[in-house]
Design a protein around this ligand. Structure first.
Ligand code: ADP
Ligand code: MG
Length: 381
């Protein structure tokens, strides 16, 4: 047991080391909650015995035309599969290397993809902004842990002459419109002219920036709790039903990490993007109308565009369609840079009622997983 765990960890470590420009996909299945436990006699999801903890199988059951029950098994393999009993600690252990890369000057993107209720926010942020301030650190998700790790490491690097500035932004993309989640509370999503001012532009050095966005110095681990609480406040002000709204929008937490070393004259500039995507569930397009239809179209478009951009990068295409959605435009620099590192979590709800959506998510993730951006680039070069 021990040995295979060690082998797995070493292989994973190597895989992450080679991540330069490549995309990795981790799958995380959340546990059944409350009533779901009693309702689910058997689960459509299982985890084949394997050394690497990287396989998952989904069985789709249906009735054929004659009313006979049939089932079909879909096996999937990712860089890592986290079963429902995996802790936040275990998940972060496999992410922390990538966080370190941002500190070392790489552009890093970590996405959470999946249907609403599959555990994206739990993975990226943790339970909710109220419990985030609790003393139990084991429940924290990737954002607060990443900031803590970075903060601790910058303190260590200071002994070797490095001085870092850490600046954070938190944006929400709703219906292809940017909202500033760190704007002074209540102003974030208030009026249309305020929103219109948040334009994406290229600065004189060619960096993608957002005009008028609130940027805060993240100078302590505590600061991130303040920041997440303010984002939650801004979301509440913006929506009558906060949960509903947040499942229909993408949120992008960005940390810019700039370091200079007075002793050696070196400098480094990394960026960490932590992205909680809108719910990937297919809403019956024909049945929805008005605001709902508009939301659905915006989400479908931007998630499809994310897939297109990743595929175009993998193929080494000359034209990468970043500008087709706000999300890819915003992340253009991080996704496109030759040395960028991208990780996608595909989050899965194991309930039988979610099997169809889970299958769609796992298939999307498989497509992403097949994209070897770094390889295509090296071949094209
Ligand atoms: P999403 O952001 O994808 O809509 P959430 O992260 O809000 O989903 O998760 C839905 C519910 O499931 C929440 O109540 C959350 O606390 C719970 N949950 C998600 N993942 C886990 C997990 N790994 N362990 C325990 N509870 C979880
Ligand atoms: Mg969520």
């Amino acid at each position: 047991k021990l040995r295979s765990e060690e082998t797995m960890r070493r292989r994973l470590h190597n895989a992450i080391q080679e991540l330069k420009g490549n995309i990795r996909v981790f799958c995380r299945v959340r546990p059944l909650l409350g009533d779901e436990k009693a309702a689910a006699a058997s689960l459509p999801i299982s985890f084949p015995e394997c050394d690497d903890n990287n396989e998952i199988e989904l069985v789709q059951s249906s009735e054929n035309a004659l009313g006979k029950a049939t089932s079909k098994a879909f096996p999937f393999k990712f860089d890592r599969v986290f079963a429902p009993d995996s802790s936040q600690d275990a998940v972060f252990e496999d992410v922390s290397q990538l966080i370190q890369s941002a500190l070392d000057g790489y552009p890093v993107c970590i996405f959470a993809y999946g249907q609403t209720g599959s555990g994206k926010t739990h993975t990226m942020q943790g339970p909710d902004s109220i419990s985030l301030s609790s003393k139990d650190e084991h429940i924290l998700g990737i954002i607060p842990r990443a900031v803590k790790q970075i903060y601790e490491n910058t303190n260590k690097l200071a002994e070797r002459g490095w001085e870092y500035t850490l600046e954070g932004q938190f944006l929400e993309i709703y219906n292809e419109t940017l909202q500033d989640l760190l704007a002074p509370t209540g102003r974030g999503a208030q009026t249309n002219d305020k929103q219109a001012k948040l334009d994406i532009y290229q600065d004189s050095e060619g960096h993608t920036r957002v005009k008028n966005v609130t940027t805060v110095k993240v100078d302590s681990a505590e600061r991130v709790h303040w920041l997440l609480a303010r984002a939650a406040d801004n979301r509440t002000v913006a929506a009558t039903n906060c949960n509903e709204r947040s499942s229909r929008s993408h949120s992008v937490f960005t940390l810019f990490l700039r370091g200079t070393n007075a002793l050696t004259g070196e400098s480094s500039s990394g960026v960490l993007n932590l992205i909680d995507l809108a719910g990937s569930e297919r809403l019956a397009n024909s049945g929805s109308s008005g605001d709902r239809l508009k939301e659905t179209q915006a989400i479908n478009k931007s998630l499809a565009c994310l897939g297109d951009v990743i595929a175009a990068l993998a193929k080494g295409s000359r034209h990468i369609p970043y500008r087709n959605s706000k999300l890819t435009h915003l992340l253009q620099e991080s996704l496109g840079a030759g040395n960028s590192k991208t990780l996608m979590f595909v989050c899965v709800n194991p309930s039988p009622g979610s099997a169809q959506e889970s299958l769609c998510s796992l298939q999307f993730a498989t497509k992403v997983n097949s994209c070897q951006i770094g390889t295509a680039r090296r071949q094209a070069a």
